[in-house]
Write a protein that binds this ligand. Structure first.
Ligand SMILES: [Zn+2]
Length: 402
């Protein structure tokens, strides 16, 4: 059975769109494969031009990739003139790989299964179990959710090449270690190894904001950008940085903690235990603390906005103060990294493009040169899991193509 028959067209491609061939040791096979995946449909001649190699070197490498079941030829529609052979383009063979992605959070876990062309084959979600809060319990929840995802898709674990898992906290992607997370007790757990054991497949882990960053690189506004920052503001403040079309994580993989950038010495208490972190002025829990004890249950920002609209001066002041601190944080990001764009991303994005324009004006007050454009990208809930799956596919691609 071909999954291709039932899924949306993949001709738009997925993954970073590079303006120039990448530096370093990537083989021609890998570069060709990634270029086809990014373009969706592309001719051999266009590939040679884009990668700045001779058509004569593209032809045998493409033949190898087709022979290995990784690429396929697609006949485009016949020319309007009706004369001549229809042009043949190349596309990724979608069934060449399946990878899964999971996003674990304090409220709901989500999962997505994608094919080699980046299309979502199946999805699943589960509420956070009232477990004992340990890493072992979280691993079991993740394993059970993967089981459910595969049952939904009618796929056995043996067909899954890799699983990517993201969660909030200090997560070392390289070593697979969970240093600390607000959703699991304990420190320094070998999370990737524990997940691999439970799931029976290679698992990698990352900070959840990096899932969104990968999602922007693969599916979103960052596909054609070489350098950009992704910022999320929800129950914490997260940041991802892309440098040269790749996620930058710092030497140990625990950098970009924008939420814990100190913006006030001896300031408000943060969830991390320190004082004056940006998060302690901007995140949902900070707004709830500032707004006082008589708030009903619900999303804090819409609640405060409704009160502000009714003339409540406290609600207006809380939101205004949070926006001023966020502008300070984004101004510092601009001064340090000079990103081409800042994308305010997430499935619960509280920002509208109009808010982003106001925010950009406030950011400019903190930057030495003109600040980057600030864009809003509000996704559905599944985007975190799709980003996790794209992370797994990205990591698995060199092995797939080798
Ligand atoms: Zn903090």
């Amino acid at each position: 059975m071909s999954l291709d028959d039932t899924l949306p067209d993949a001709s738009a491609g997925v993954g970073p769109i590079r303006a120039a061939p990448r530096d370093g040791a990537a083989s021609l096979r890998l570069q060709l494969y990634e270029a086809v995946r990014a373009e969706g449909r592309v001719s051999r001649a266009s590939l040679a031009k884009a990668l700045r190699v001779s058509p004569g070197s593209v032809t045998p490498a493409v033949a190898d990739l087709i022979g290995a079941g990784l690429l396929r030829e697609v006949a485009d529609a016949a020319p309007a003139s009706g004369r001549g052979r229809p042009p043949v383009t190349l596309a990724v063979e979608p069934g060449a790989a399946l990878v899964a992605g999971l996003r674990l959070s304090d409220r709901e876990h989500t999962a997505a299964l994608i094919d080699a062309a980046g299309r979502t084959v199946a999805s699943a979600s589960a509420g956070r179990a009232p477990g004992d809060g340990t890493v072992a319990a979280l691993v079991e929840e993740a394993g059970a959710l993967l089981d459910r995802l595969l049952a939904t898709a009618g796929v056995a674990i043996g067909a899954v090449r890799a699983v990517g898992v993201g969660l909030p906290g200090l997560v070392e992607h390289g070593s697979g270690t969970l240093r600390w997370s607000p959703i699991a007790e304990g420190t320094d757990a070998p999370l990737a190894a524990l997940l691999s054991d439970r799931m029976g497949v290679a698992a990698s882990v990352d900070n959840d904001t990096n899932l969104l960053t990968v999602a922007e690189l693969w599916f979103g506004k960052g596909r054609g950008l070489s350098d950009f920052a992704v910022v999320t503001v929800e129950n914490g403040v997260g940041m991802g940085l892309v440098v040269g079309h790749a996620t930058y994580r710092g030497a140990r993989g625990v950098g970009m903690e924008l939420g814990h950038l100190c913006v006030e010495l001896d300031g408000a208490l943060c969830r991390c235990g320190r004082r004056g972190c940006l998060e302690a002025y901007v995140a949902d829990y900070a707004l709830e603390r500032e707004a006082g004890p008589d708030l009903p249950e619900g999303e804090i920002v819409p609640l405060l906005e409704a009160r502000m609209a009714q003339g409540d001066p406290v609600a207006g002041a809380v939101l205004e103060k949070a926006a001023r601190y966020l502008a300070l944080g984004l101004g510092n990001v601009s001064n340090l990294f000079d990103p081409r764009h800042v994308i305010l991303s997430g499935s619960r994005s509280r920002w509208s493009p109009a808010d982003a324009a106001t925010l950009a004006a406030a950011v400019a007050a903190h930057t030495l040169s003109a600040p980057p454009p600030i864009e809003v990208n509000a996704w559905d809930d599944l985007i975190w899991a799709r980003g996790a799956a794209a992370l797994a596919l990205s990591d698995a691609t060199p092995g797939l193509v080798a």
